[in-house]
Design a protein around this ligand. Structure first.
Ligand code: FAD
Length: 506
């Protein structure tokens, strides 16, 4: 590989990583990605689209209100305003880059509606192919961009600092560890879904970036808030394919084995109730021994061929004919509201370290994310971070070489990973309580000790511990975080949570 030293390093090649890299032109950028460009991201699977107040009857204040309303009382209003205000311009950037968002015969963007949005404001591509088309477009641009070097198949494992300032990052392929000297690193490693048994997230979503940042001294925020999507396909495929929320908007029902619509027992809006309520309701039905299904039979099932081609194809590949068969579903770990604490410039508390996309926690989502606000956050902060880096680049680059022995990371064996995923699902999932969380903490801490005693790094175990510890501390039900032993909202806990690696007392 060409020497990547003294470039800006972006870890991760999802929407957050690629958009930031493109925006950083003409500065030299290195993208490190654990998989080949165009694969291994959640971004490519995003179905519904991007939320932005672009409609004539819509407004920034309405989008802001919806974002705050679902966030469980702890959304950072200043950040939320920043994100929704920049939304329309960033969507226009994607259009200028060539993303073929759906338009009507008057060449106006088609704006769709999703749960908890007061207005039609979701831009999408062919109904449910948004992520795929965005990523195809950006991947082509990145491949042709002279200012971007791509290092594929490497995992970033450890951040290095001198005097509290980023000086480099270790990357590893199999057993080979290499060092990239850089004063500026943007972490864009995505979510944590693969820490759970059933998830919609890509295999790479192991929370590596969060654990790595924590070990370097970054502050993490809102780690306890994990959003479970209620309607993932429960057909033994990992990751579990997603049946987009828009299907319920179009009339799909949620039923049990006896064809009963049980969600109404939990919420007056039935299938269109907030995600966490639908997920918990399905989880409880499963605990009572029932199987749960998405029922699109009849007209909707037939319309899926054109209106929801991705989901339709997934059904057919799994031997399901949606106009005749019910689709088996389950809640699945889908989105992490928590992550590396960032400010209005996308900066962390470590000099030279930025975070963007799902591994960051800017505060826009609070305790629950408004549908289609995550792709939005990724592009808004990708732009903000690139501007901030450009303004500060000459001040920050110092060319100091670090001389250290590089530690090795060791991935969890399949057996250990499955054990971790089972523990997180059973004790740190849709419903939690003190006893289960303490049990989970003790088991995962032992797993972590095995690694450190052998001198290895494992970032995903650190991330798991940070989630468990944060869930233990929040003794209430707020947004996506539900404590069986504290099932009510506690107004005294009406603020974001913060945690560091040192709080784990390992
Ligand atoms: C099925 C599905 C549907 C969704 N639909 C929507 C939607 O319609 N609208 C919406 O707003 N949001 C949606 N979301 C959420 C949204 O897609 C994600 O939050 C967003 O794409 C995250 O982008 P990202 O760039 O942060 O991470 P990703 O796109 O997940 O990219 C992460 C990158 O980091 C790399 N990586 C990870 N660890 C390392 C490491 N240690 N070293 C090197 N590289 C590493 C990965 O290989 C990958 O390249 C959906 C999510 C899923 C899973």
């Amino acid at each position: 590989m060409n020497s990547p030293n003294n470039s800006i390093v972006i870890v991760g090649a999802g929407l957050a990583g690629l958009f930031t890299a493109i925006k950083l032109a003409p500065l030299n950028v290195v993208i490190v990605a654990s998989k080949k460009l165009g694969s291994g991201t959640s971004s490519q699977w995003a179905q519904a689209g991007i939320a932005a107040a672009m409609g004539k009857s819509d407004s920034i204040s309405s989008h802001l209100k919806d974002t705050i309303d679902v966030g469980g009382g702890i959304v950072d209003k200043k950040i939320a305003e920043l994100v929704v205000t920049n939304g329309p311009n960033r969507v226009n950037d994607l259009i200028a880059l060539g993303v073929p968002f759906d338009k009507d015969t008057n060449n106006e963007l088609i704006l769709r509606k999703e749960a908890a949005h007061q207005h039609n404001r979701i831009v999408s591509v062919r109904g449910d192919m948004t992520g795929k088309k965005i990523m195809e477009t950006l991947t082509q641009i990145v491949k042709k961009s002279d200012h971007i070097q791509i290092i594929e198949g490497y995992n970033a494992t450890e951040l290095h600092q001198i005097d509290g300032k980023i000086e480099g990052i270790s990357i590893q392929k199999d057993n080979k560890v290499e060092l990239i000297n850089s004063n500026c690193v943007v972490l864009a490693t995505g979510g944590i879904g693969q820490l759970y048994k059933i998830t919609t997230n890509s295999k790479e979503a192991l929370g590596d970036g969060v654990g790595m940042a924590a070990r370097a001294g970054a502050v993490l925020s809102d780690m306890e808030f994990v959003q479970f999507h209620p309607t993932a396909f429960d057909i033994g495929i990992d990751p579990a394919p997603l049946a987009t929320e828009a299907l319920r908007g179009e009339g799909a029902l949620i039923v049990n084995s006896k064809d009963e619509r049980f969600i109404y027992n939990s919420h007056k809006d039935g299938e269109l109730a907030p995600r966490d309520i639908v997920s918990r309701s399905i989880f409880q039905e499963q605990q009572n021994g029932q199987k749960v299904f998405l029922d699109c039979r009849g007209d909707l099932g037939e319309r899926m061929i054109n209106d929801f081609p991705t989901v339709y194809q997934l059904c057919r590949n799994s031997g399901i004919n949606p106009s005749e068969d019910k689709i088996p579903i389950s809640p699945a770990a889908h989105y992490h509201m928590g992550g590396i604490l960032t400010d209005e410039d996308g900066k962390t508390n470590i000099r030279g370290l930025y975070a963007c996309g799902e591994n960051s926690c800017s505060g826009v989502h609070g305790a629950n994310r408004l549908a289609s606000n995550s792709l939005l956050e990724a592009i808004v902060f990708g732009d903000i971070i690139s501007k901030n880096i450009k303004e500060n680049i000459n001040k920050s680059m110092s060319n100091r070489e670090i001389r250290i022995t590089l530690a090795k990371s060791k991935s969890l064996s399949q057996l250990k990973l499955q054990e971790l995923r089972s523990i997180m699902t059973e004790f740190v999932g849709v419903e939690r309580d003190q006893e289960g969380l303490e049990k989970a903490y003790s088991i995962v801490k032992d797993m972590h000790s095995e690694y450190t005693l052998d001198g290895f790094i494992n970032n995903s175990l650190i991330t798991s511990l940070l989630i468990i510890q944060s869930a233990l501390k929040r003794e209430e039900h707020r947004g996506s975080h539900y404590r069986k032993d504290f099932p009510k909202l506690n107004q005294k806990l009406n603020s974001r949570s913060f945690i560091t690696y040192n709080d784990l007392e390992l």
